[in-house]
Each structure stands twice: as structure tokens, then as C-alpha cells.
Design a protein around this ligand. Structure first.
Ligand code: ATP
Length: 267
């Protein structure tokens, strides 16, 4: 089966500065692929380029091919805004770290979900049920109270999970999750990542997990690509990369993360 996302020579310049340089990466169906690296290495801009959400002044070149299923593939870079908007949701979900920024302060949790489902043509009779299921999948009880809550009434962790539910509610083939669990307590984080992994496997979907937490990649990611200065310095099955790093930068990152034994890397 072909890869869900194929990045070839992805290059991003911001205000004349090259911040991502010739990145090649393939995301297989059913897998979580982690993109890790220290702050400023280009992880988020890579995610944003794929989702068509680069900031002003940033430009991407190269290729980002999304397999939408049913033999249909689309080149994401340079796609007109209206086509990207149509893909975002059913083909490509994007949840990012500033989760509150994704939520409209004047719209309730349920309102956000219903609006998204309606905008993509889901019949009214199914919207509430699908919205509630997405909340559960993100580790939230789909209670009346949460459904009727405004973003300002949510904790940081709840807002993060609501943003994740919104990104997944249309069952996209590719989910980009940018530091979505970093604000969660360890138990909730584990629950959400377990669910994401099961979700990816069951539906042959792909997840691009942006993280600086190598412990997370060791436990939940199938594959790991390590980014340094906008280039991938090493990639492969995550357990292998973490246990036997070949690049000095990866070895430094593993040491700094405090991952010290096989048991912390193995699932
Ligand atoms: N809007 C912007 N304007 C100018 N430079 C930017 C902008 N966004 C990112 N950059 C620069 O691009 C580089 C890569 O940034 P990016 O946000 O992708 O890094 P990151 O690996 O995701 O970091 P973090 O883990 O801190 O989120 C950094 O040097 C950053 O300063």
C-alpha cells in the first residue's frame, strides 16, 4: 500500500533564511511517525507547510504528496487555499500546540464540532454522535457540560484535547499532531497517545507527531526522524534509532532526554 504522505526535498525559507533544507520523509499507513529535534530545528514549519499554514514571509518548495485513498493523490504545496480548506478535515487533520488559538472564544465545544461536521456535509442526524465520539477518542468524556462549555472554561489540557478531537472528527487519512500532548499530565498523555496509535492502526491512517520528547517517541512512534538545523540527520524505526543512534546529534539528544535503559524505550 502506498505511503500516506511523501515529502521530497521539502525546503522552507523564512524572510530569506533557509530553515528547512531538502527534507525527505514518507509516512506509511497505520503508523505514527515522530519528527523530533530541539527547539528551532524546523519541526513546526514542516508541519505547517504540509497543512498549507505557513506564516507570512515563509515559502516552501519541493514536494508534499498526500494519498487521499481510492487511488487519489494530491500535491499539497502550492495548492489554492479553497482546495486546501476542503482537504483539511476529511483528508488532513492538524492539531497544534497553541490549542486555544484554534478555538473561537464565542463558540462552545459542541458548537465547534457541529460547525466542522456541517461545513463538510455530514447530515445533521449524525453530527452530535460523531462529535461526542471524537471527544471520547481524545480522552474526554462527551458530557453535556463539556459540550456546552466555552473555551475560556476549559483547562489547558482540556482545550488541547478538544483541538485534537476537532482535528480528528472527520476521520482524516493524515493527522499532524504538533506537540499536542506536551501540556497534558503523564496519565492523560499516555491515554491520548494510546488512542491515537489505535486510531492510526485500525484505519490505516498516518500520524505525524511533532515532539521534542524522545520518551514519547520511544513508546508510541513506529518511526522516528531526527531534525537538526532543518535537515534530517537520522531516521528509522524509533526503537532502533533510540537504542542505537548512529548520528552524534541523536546520541546527544537521547542522552539529554534521560532515556537510559532498554525498558524505557521498548513498549
Ligand atoms: N513566523 C516566523 N518568522 C520568522 N522566523 C520563523 C517564524 N517561524 C519560525 N521561524 C524560524 O524558523 C526556524 C524553525 O522554526 P520551527 O518553529 O519550525 O522550529 P521547531 O523545531 O518547531 O521549534 P519548537 O520546538 O520550539 O516549536 C526557527 O529558527 C524559527 O526561529
Amino acid at each position: 500500500m502506498s505511503d500516506v504522505l511523501t515529502l521530497s526535498g521539502l525546503t522552507i525559507d523564512v524572510a530569506g533564511r533557509r530553515v528547512v533544507d531538502g527534507l525527505d520523509l514518507a509516512l506509511a499507513p497505520g503508523e505514527i511517525t515522530a519528527l523530533a529535534g530541539r527547539s528551532g530545528s524546523g519541526k513546526s514549519l514542516t508541519a505547517r507547510a504540509v497543512a498549507g499554514l505557513l506564516p507570512d514571509g515563509a515559502a516552501a518548495s519541493g514536494e508534499a504528496r498526500l494519498d487521499c485513498g481510492h487511488g487519489q493523490a494530491v500535491e499539497l504545496l502550492g495548492l489554492p487555499r479553497h482546495r486546501l480548506r476542503r482537504l483539511r478535515g476529511p483528508a488532513l487533520g492538524y492539531a497544534f500546540q497553541e490549542s486555544r488559538a484554534a478555538l473561537n472564544p464565542t463558540v462552545t465545544v459542541g458548537g465547534h464540532l457541529l460547525e466542522t461536521l456541517k461545513a463538510h456535509g455530514i447530515p445533521r442526524a449524525h453530527r452530535r454522535e460523531r462529535g461526542t465520539a471524537a471527544l471520547r477518542q481524545a480522552g474526554l468524556a462527551g458530557s453535556e457540560r463539556l459540550w456546552a462549555a466555552y473555551p475560556s472554561e476549559l483547562s489547558g489540557g482540556q482545550a488541547q484535547r478538544v483541538a485534537l478531537a476537532l482535528a480528528c472528527v472527520l476521520d482524516p487519512r493524515l493527522l499532524i499532531a504538533d506537540e499536542v500532548t506536551s501540556a497534558l499530565d503523564p496519565v492523560t498523555q499516555a491515554g491520548v497517545l494510546d488512542i491515537l496509535r489505535a486510531w492510526a492502526r485500525a484505519g490505516r491512517r498516518a500520524v505525524l507527531l511533532i515532539t521534542h520528547d524522545l520518551a514519547v517517541t520511544g513508546r508510541w512512534a513506529d518511526r522516528l526522524a531526527v531534525l537538526d538545523g532543518g535537515r534530517i540527520v537520522e531516521s528509522g524505526p524509533s526503537v532502533e534509532v533510540l537504542l542505537r543512534p548512529r548520528h552524534p546529534f541523536t546520541a546527544d539528544l537521547v542522552r539529554a532526554s534521560g532515556l537510559s535503559s532498554d525498558s524505557e524505550v521498548h513498549r
